[in-house]
Write a protein that binds this ligand. Structure first.
Ligand SMILES: *Cc1c(COP(=O)(O)O)cnc(C)c1O
Length: 368
């Protein structure tokens, strides 16, 4: 009998999300408070303006969403200083990644990505049976952009980068990013380059560059952002990308007609008026990220210094063991074995109280 699926599907490993709070309660019978620091969610909750708008929108549950996502794209255009024609929204940025590989690749093409970058890039590419060129990282868990440029050939349609990156928390500086794009721009028929900026609002490094400023330098650039992190709207599944009108035109042919749900569109549009919330979340994160990093290092934990709302940590024992022992205490972190980082765990930055709990639970685990 012919197998049901090809080898690329047979060998595909499903995405393993952070463990849900309800699941941990069920599995280990934990009755005390559970702290989830596993999925880089906003510890302050969702933007209050967005939530108020969402409550109202529930009354219109019988209406289809606006297939053109008009209001949100207009508002994003204003927010970013670009034409709304250059903005495409998705059911989370994850869907946009999927749409991009579907739209711009054919069998025999390849994609280039960095060894320890967001696993979704691999999954969406493997589903299509594309060749995945995974480029080892440079010193300090940073994307090696010059090696990535070298890995690009005439069959490379897409290059995935994240700046700053998940799960390492590291970033590429302005010079590195500009050199990379300039090198590729000199090629005939250069690939699309995705710069995933899911965490850009948490960055405070002076030499980081907002890729929105680089579209003239590299017209095949795609800046990708999300409402899932700093805006605290992960449940609504809204992400967007900024690209040329030409790229947007193709994506609008291939995306599903109602890909962004109605409540999500309305909540995301309102969230863009809630800059006070964004500032509060960013400032809390900056303070707590520094405090948690220092405290972990004082415990002898190796911490990769982060520009995001999480830290990648090595505790001198297999990461899965640390994760598992923390679960017993009611704290959920993220093991990194799916990424091949067996010694590491990723810990999201929470509220001061959540972070205190993480630090004391981890101290207890490391003592035992
Ligand atoms: C969380 C995250 C996203 C956001 O994904 P959504 O589908 O928009 O929720 C995108 N890229 C990276 C690297 C992330 O970590």
């Amino acid at each position: 009998m012919k197998p049901l699926v090809g080898d690329h599907i047979e060998t595909l490993k499903p995405y393993v999300p952070g463990k849900p709070i309800e699941e941990l309660r069920r599995e280990r019978g934990i009755t005390t408070e559970i702290v989830k620091l596993a999925s880089n969610e906003n510890p302050l909750g969702g933007s209050p303006l967005a939530l108020a708008a969402a409550h109202k929108a529930i009354e219109e549950a019988h209406l289809y969403p606006d297939g053109a996502v008009f209001d949100l794209r207009q508002r994003l255009g204003k927010h970013l200083g670009v034409s709304p024609e250059r903005v495409v929204a998705g059911n989370g940025s994850n869907e946009l990644m999927e749409i991009l590989v579907r739209t711009f690749t054919a069998p025999g093409d390849n994609v280039v990505l960095s060894q320890y970058s967001f696993i979704a890039y691999r999954i969406v590419s493997q589903v299509l049976g594309l060749e995945i060129r995974s480029v080892p990282m440079a010193e300090g868990f940073v994307h090696d952009l010059s090696a990535m440029a070298q890995a690009v050939d005439e069959r490379t349609r897409l290059v995935f980068t994240a700046n700053p990156n998940n799960p390492t928390g590291t970033y590429n500086n302005a010079d590195q990013v500009k050199d990379f794009l300039q090198t590729l721009a000199a090629r005939p028929n250069p690939p699309l380059v995705i710069v995933d900026e899911a965490y850009i609002e948490f960055v405070d490094a002076e030499d980081h560059i907002d890729s929105m400023t680089l579209h003239d330098l590299y017209p095949r650039l795609i800046t990708m952002r999300t409402f899932s992190k700093i805006y605290g709207l992960a449940a609504f599944r809204v992400g967007y990308m900024v690209c040329s009108e030409e790229i947007a035109g193709y994506v609008n042919r291939t995306r599903a007609p109602f890909n962004v749900n109605r409540i999500g569109q309305i909540a995301a549009t309102a969230a863009l008026d809630d800059m006070a919330f964004v500032e509060r979340a960013a400032s809390l994160n900056t303070t707590e990220r520094a405090r948690v990093t220092t405290a972990l290092e004082a415990m002898g934990v190796e911490v990769i210094h982060s520009q995001t709302n999480f830290v990648l940590c090595r505790c001198g024992r297999p990461g899965f063991e640390i994760y598992d022992a923390l679960l017993d205490l009611g704290t959920i972190t993220r093991p990194m074995n799916g990424y091949g980082l067996h010694e590491w765990v990723r810990i999201s930055i929470g509220t001061p109280e959540q972070n205190d709990r993480l630090l004391s639970d981890l101290a207890q685990v490391l003592k035992s």
